[in-house]
Design a protein around this ligand. Structure first.
Ligand SMILES: [Zn+2]
Length: 145
């Protein structure tokens, strides 16, 4: 076994600080003078860094994703939005009908209330739209991966 093969066997342990002081000194000195072993060392470091950087956030992300895509919470999310939408719309229609058929209220108050309600509804729809778009994007991203 030549010197390079011997060093290359030790490189992984050297990176993980598992070698004795004597051995790691030997590896360090050899890496200084030998390009091909240093190349292997650099590649190993790059792979470790890549794994370290990728595996952890990916793990966290997939945990959150799994939680978001969990059938029960998904179902309750859909039910929640559905109830809120139907309830809000129903209440507004009923309230508008009562309010605008009431002859005692002056016209500018009616217009003001109408503007507020249109505003609330617009905001509500925009939030709902963003949620739907976000969900679609998530799905698309999952398919791509
Ligand atoms: Zn070498």
């Amino acid at each position: 076994m030549n010197q390079c093969e011997h060093i290359q066997e030790l490189v992984s342990g050297y990176i993980d600080n598992e070698l004795t002081q004597q051995k790691s000194q030997k590896v360090r000195l050899h890496l200084k003078e030998c390009d091909s072993c240093r190349k292997i060392y650099d590649d190993l470091i790059a792979i470790r860094q890549e794994m370290g950087q990728l595996s952890y956030p990916e793990c966290e992300e997939s945990k959150i994703e799994a939680l978001m895509n969990e059938p029960t919470s998904k179902l309750f999310g859909v039910i929640g939005w559905l109830c809120l939408t139907i309830g809000l719309l129903g209440f507004m229609i009923w309230q508008l009908f009562v309010f605008y058929t009431e002859p005692g209220i002056v016209t500018w108050v009616k217009i003001g209330v109408l503007l507020i309600e249109v505003g609330v509804l617009s905001l509500f729809i925009s939030v709902l739209r963003q949620r739907l778009i976000a969900r679609k994007t998530d799905k698309y991203r999952n398919v791509k991966l």
